[in-house]
Each structure stands twice: as C-alpha cells, then as structure tokens.
Design a protein around this ligand. Structure first.
Ligand code: AP5
Ligand code: MG
Length: 213
C-alpha cells in the first residue's frame, strides 16, 4: 500500500506512522527525519537545510524531491511506503506524481490528520524528541523513564523548531502551502479525513477503519 500522511505540524503524523508501519510492514519515509539526521551528521545536505528548518521554513522543493526519489528507489520501498511530511507543496506533489508514474505506481490513500491550531501549539510545546531515532513523546505518551528514549536509552531533546515563534511560522507555512494539497488529491478520491483529536489509540483505530473502508 502506498500512503501519504498529510497534516499540520504536531498533528501526530510521526506518532501514527510508527504504529502504521508495524501494522502494514512498509517503511516510513519522513523528509523531516532524514533532514534532521543530515543536520546532526553535518553533511552538505544538512548544512543547506539547517537554518531554514530551525526558522520553521520549508527547504527548497528540489532538495526534498531528490531525497524522496532516492528513498523510493530503495528495495525497502518496493512493496509500499508511508510518506510522512512529503509532499508539502503543489510542485512537490507534481514531482511525486512523475516519480511514481516512472515506476508504474500510484498513491492509494492520503490520510489527512485534522487537529485545531490551538491543540497543535499545545502538543508541540510539550513535545520531546529522541535525536537518534526521532521517536516523539508528550504528556499523552510519556517515556517510561523521564527524559530518556524507550527505544535506545538516549537523552530526549526539545526540537529547535518547537519554540513558540517557530511553531507559528511552521503553521503559517502549512496553511499557505501544504493545505492546498487536500484539493490537489481531492479529485482523485483518495483523501481520507481523520479526526486527530482523542487518544493516540483512538486516532489509530480511525486510521485503520479508514484504510479498510
Ligand atoms: P517535520 O519533521 O515533517 O515536522 P512537521 O510537519 O512540523 O511535523 P512534526 O514532526 O512537528 O509533527 P507530527 O505531525 O509528526 O506530530 P508528532 O507525531 O510528533 O518537518 C520539519 C521541518 O523539516 C520543516 O519545518 C521543514 O523545514 C523541513 N521539511 C520536512 N519535510 C519537508 C518538505 N517536504 N518540504 C520542505 N521542507 C521540509 O506529534 C506531536 C506531539 O503530539 C508529540 O509530542 C506527540 O507525543 C503528541 N501527540 C501525538 N498524537 C497525539 C494525540 N492523539 N493526543 C495528544 N498528543 C498527541
Ligand atoms: Mg513528525
């Protein structure tokens, strides 16, 4: 199954993607996670992206298109994939269409997670992230040991773009550029609107039901 997770910052894309990839046995292709790793490793890609990411702005389309083209070519993505955080602009969606067409593939579902801005701001300001494996924690899903990642035992950090002013900038980018994608995919009948409020388990159940229906 080929899926896209669409939704504003803090909607729960990463949280739900972690659950869905186990259920569906497909890889999570997260441009945010790949870019953060490049920043941490100090690669040329990371150096290009760091300032924009920390300011809450989108990195250029050509950069993320290249990342996804490479990820889609991997063996792991041959049997399906879950895109988290890509596409985020209409030109990215057009580029994705071309990449998939070249490979004889198509998107089966676009899962559009819906959460009001006030809840997003609350979630993001209470979030801690593992810089190593990118697992996120919050009051609803705390780590077993305070400040320590359950998965790899490393210390948790607050993402640089989770400061209040950056959160505002990210929401602005989302509403002016990414929200347009609901319309882009709407005419294809693949968009599944998912209420992203409630417990993580409740949201997961809604996603599972939407994929089955
Ligand atoms: P990216 O990493 O994609 O960040 P984002 O879209 O801002 O989304 P987040 O990761 O912040 O939120 P999420 O929806 O994954 O929520 P989460 O599950 O963590 O992108 C970062 C940056 O990289 C961008 O700003 C841009 O600079 C660059 N970038 C990436 N892709 C790009 C692209 N395609 N083009 C250009 N630039 C790109 O949950 C959030 C919090 O809420 C957590 O604490 C979690 O525990 C909690 N939570 C989850 N579910 C619930 C629930 N049901 N109830 C209560 N709390 C919950
Ligand atoms: Mg995420």
């Amino acid at each position: 199954m080929n899926l896209i997770f669409l939704g504003p910052p803090g909607a729960g894309k990463g949280t739900q993607a972690q659950r869905l990839i186990t259920r569906l046995r497909v890889p999570q292709l997260s441009t945010g996670d790949i870019l953060r790793k490049a920043v941490a490793d100090g690669t040329p890609l990371g150096q290009q992206a760091q300032a924009l990411m920390e300011a809450g702005k989108l990195v250029p389309d050509e950069i993320v298109n290249g990342i996804i083209d490479e990820a889609l070519a991997s063996k792991a993505a041959a049997g399906g994939f879950l895109l988290d955080g890509f596409p985020r602009t209409v030109p990215q969606a057009e580029a994705l269409d071309a990449m998939l067409e070249r490979r004889g593939k198509k998107i089966d579902h676009v899962l559009s997670l819906q959460v009001p801005d006030l809840d997003l701001q609350q979630r993001l300001s209470g979030r801690q992230t593992c810089p190593k494996c990118q697992t996120t924690y919050g009051p609803q899903s705390p780590p077993k040991q305070k400040g320590i990642c359950d998965r790899d035992g490393g210390p948790l950090l607050v993402r640089a773009d989770d400061q209040p002013d950056r959160i505002g900038q990210r929401l602005k980018e989302y509403w002016s550029k990414t929200a347009l994608l609901t319309g882009y995919y709407g005419s294809r009948g693949v968009v599944r609107a998912i209420d992203g409020l409630g417990t993580v388990d409740q949201v997961e159940q809604r996603i599972v039901a939407a994929l089955a229906g």
